[in-house]
Design a protein around this ligand. Structure first.
Ligand code: SAM
Length: 186
């Protein structure tokens, strides 16, 4: 994303994360001791609320754009004074995650899946998303959950998740937007 897009997206990161968590409500279960990963964590709004509401044992925010990793660091440091020891920020590409198999209980990807395509394609290429979803499945423990929101090619995302044997547990479809929780095969 260019500077202006980053600035615009990051301005509303917390507001969108709060609305998402409110919409998920009790469907989102983050057990004590959970290991949680966010892909494309951008400005850090979801990381802030996940830490404050659920205190996961380990929370890792990743983005492939170093400017976004720094934006999240600045946002969270302003909020808390220092980053908690349970929270890590890392530069990482969703297409090749630097984590061992089965290392997380939950993975979040909010409004980021279409960004993994060339030119952030909204229509047309659906080439890299299956690879990113395969990476999600690889790093999730069996029965772990994938939480995502997406606006583009939503049916194709659901089909790719079905191919990977994810079960759909929660799906809220509003105009131009899916919010879902899917469970990795056991
Ligand atoms: C629209 S922003 C959403 C940010 C955040 N999830 C939110 O809801 O506020 C998409 C984010 O995905 C990141 N991104 C794009 N492609 C990525 C990839 N291949 N791996 C990791 N992050 C990626 C971008 O740098 C950007 O921060």
């Amino acid at each position: 994303m260019n500077r202006l897009s980053r600035w615009t997206v990051n301005l509303t990161t917390e507001r969108r994360a709060r609305r998402t968590l409110d919409q998920l409500g009790r469907a989102l279960d983050v057990p004590p001791g959970a290991q949680v990963l966010e892909l494309g964590s951008g400005g850090g709004g979801m990381l802030a609320l996940l830490h404050e509401r659920y205190r996961p044992a380990r929370l890792v925010g990743t983005d492939f754009d170093p400017a976004q990793v720094e934006a999240a660091r600045a946002f969270l440091t302003r909020r808390w004074g220092a980053l908690p020891q349970t929270l890590e920020l890392r530069e990482a590409d969703a297409l090749a995650l630097p984590f061992p198999d089965a290392s997380f209980d939950l993975v979040f990807a909010m409004m980021m899946l279409h960004h993994v395509e060339d030119h952030h394609a909204h229509v047309g290429p659906f080439v890299r998303r299956p690879q990113a979803l395969a990476e999600v499945r690889r790093v999730l423990r069996p029965g772990g959950r994938f939480v995502y929101s997406e606006m583009f090619q939503r049916e194709a995302v659901l089909a790719a998740l079905r191919d990977l044997r994810f079960d759909r547990r929660f799906l809220r479809s509003a105009w131009r937007h899916d919010l879902a929780i899917c469970t990795a095969p056991g």
